[in-house]
Ligand binder design. Structure first.
Ligand code: ADP
Ligand code: MG
Length: 266
């Protein structure tokens, strides 16, 4: 028996659905008395790419941060693989580590270490978190830097790289830990549109290769063309979700229609 079935938490049918690699049910988040997420239900199948869109302040980043427990939710249950976290109980360190090992995260700001070379940036966590030898870690890093077109930059410092290159390095760093799911929080919004395209190309390649991904984004073309499903948030809730083309071309919710019109007219 795995820890899911032995868990003392009573799991509903929905959250124990074995076809979902990630499942969240009734997730809420309050900062003090301010409610930021309310009753969010969501699940993700292996290989699925989901785009989360919605106005600024609607809780998209908080939702990603709740999923990986950077920000512990105040209500609800999150299951990633066989790890179940119930917001009403303090998770064990072990469960937190197992959960975080399954999730790779890429932020809007790349958060690379300025005093380490590109190669060292990608290798460091592999050695610390996975216990890989320097040789193993560097080999894997070079493989990934090659994949994102940056093998030639391995020996230089991040400050000598463009924003788009730095974000591709950050993506390599996350992939190097062999996550089951990649979470992206507006990975291109700090970049010039042209430079953003090279990052989007890497993400598209990753999606095509079968990676399971949740991407918070303002890139409406990416949402429509690359993701399988679009989730729209407003005021801390999911207000619409469905197959990408349906949601993007023919949204049912009036609030979503207004949002998409506003974004497209910008
Ligand atoms: N640490 C925090 N403390 C208090 N309020 C926060 C905190 N983080 C986010 N918020 C608030 O939560 C709401 C949702 O924020 P966020 O998840 O960043 O939205 P989005 O990513 O959709 O723009 C916003 O009103 C924001 O001000
Ligand atoms: Mg955000």
């Amino acid at each position: 028996m795995n820890s899911m079935t032995t868990s003392t938490i009573n799991l509903s049918k929905k959250i124990s659905d074995p076809s979902a690699v990630l499942c969240i049910e009734g997730v809420g988040k309050k900062f003090g008395t301010i409610r930021v997420l309310e009753d969010v239900d969501f699940s993700l199948r292996s290989g699925e790419v989901v785009a989360i869109i919605g106005p600024s302040g609607s809780g998209k980043s908080t939702l990603l941060r709740c999923i990986n427990q950077l920000e512990p939710p105040t209500e609800g249950i999150i299951r990633v693989g066989d790890v179940v976290i119930d917001a009403t109980k303090t998770p064990s360190k072990q469960d937190l580590a197992r959960l975080q090992k399954k999730l790779g995260m890429v932020f809007q700001s790349f958060n690379l270490f300025p005093h380490l070379t590109v190669l060292e940036n990608v290798s460091l966590a592999q050695r610390k978190v996975l216990g890989r030898s320097k040789r193993e870690a560097d080999d894997r890093s070079m493989q990934l830097l090659t994949r994102v077109g940056l093998a030639a930059k391995a020996g230089i410092y991040p400050s000598r790289c463009s924003g788009g290159q730095q974000q591709r390095i950050a993506i390599s760093r996350a992939l190097a830990l062999d996550p089951e799911i990649m979470l992206f929080d507006e990975p291109t919004s700090a970049l010039d549109p042209e430079v953003g395209l090279e990052v989007l190309a890497v993400m598209r390649e990753l999606a095509d290769s079968g990676m399971t991904m949740i991407v918070v984004t303002h890139e409406m073309r990416f949402a429509e063309q690359v993701s399988d499903r679009v989730v729209v948030m407003a005021e801390g809730r999911i207000i619409e979700q469905g197959p990408s083309k349906e949601v993007m071309r023919n949204p049912q919710n009036e609030r979503v229609q207004r949002f998409l019109t506003a974004v497209r007219d910008r």
